[in-house]
Design a protein around this ligand. Sequence first.
Ligand code: G1P
Length: 288
Amino acid sequence: MSSVKKAVFPVAGLGTRMLPATKVLPKEMLPVVDKPILQYALEEAKAAGIEEFVFVTGRGKSILEDHFDRAYELFDTLERKQKTEALAELESWLPTAGTVVYTRQQQPLGLGHAVWCARHLIGNEPFVVSLVDDLILGDVPCTGELIQAHEQTGGNVVATMEVPLEHTSRYGILDPGKVEGRLVEAKAMVEKPEPEAAPSRYAVIGRYVLLPEIFDHLERQERGAGGEIQLTDAMARMLGAHPFHGYVFSGERHDCGDKLGYLEAIVAAASRRADLKAGLGDVLRRYV
Ligand code: G1P
């Protein structure tokens, strides 16, 4: 049984890096093979024992709610046509009634602000934050690895991986202390430093297990990098008061917010599918 039951999915972003596809369609609904991006993160959270799913949405995102609802006509038609396999697949990931909640981030004030918008829905318990753009494929769900690490350390844990030095300005970067196996103690952290200022190459990837005290720090609404209320800054203020670690997760991460990363995610996800792998090889050889 997992000790962490709730996950926050900040999904209010405009997805400008994927225009024009995201002009009308929320970026989280773009398909990776045959599932929208956000469904991968939801299934990963569910596999890790999460029972309540909090989506922080924004204007133009209401089809996200439809996606997690029962589509009566579709279900009825599949039932009548005895398409039992398709029906079972749809049922398998549909969240139980009352376990998905939505709130809106009314202004684009940053990731820290988006997480703060979920404060009343989380209350006083540790919780997961999952950034769905970071699609993580692997045999063990990354969220589950972080929850186990949190149970071991009793503190905050963020997913981390080493990135090329020239990419540090895209990420929150950890200043590492002791490294024990996959656990990297965090002494400090900084949001999107230029390579010369980066304390390491350990980048924060979009999965977090956070203590509820984070809300006290987010409450101050202080602006950081890019003039936004940064989650990294609020996390940095918790250092010293609670254990804080990065966890070098075992899966592979694909950045679906970037065109090439998105293509890579599709190829990677398809290559894990028995029904597509062989055909995919032929297609790639033909075009690349
Ligand atoms: C956010 C966080 C950053 C983190 C990154 C992971 O940045 O602010 O610390 O490293 O996600 O994907 P964003 O990608 O939203 O700019």
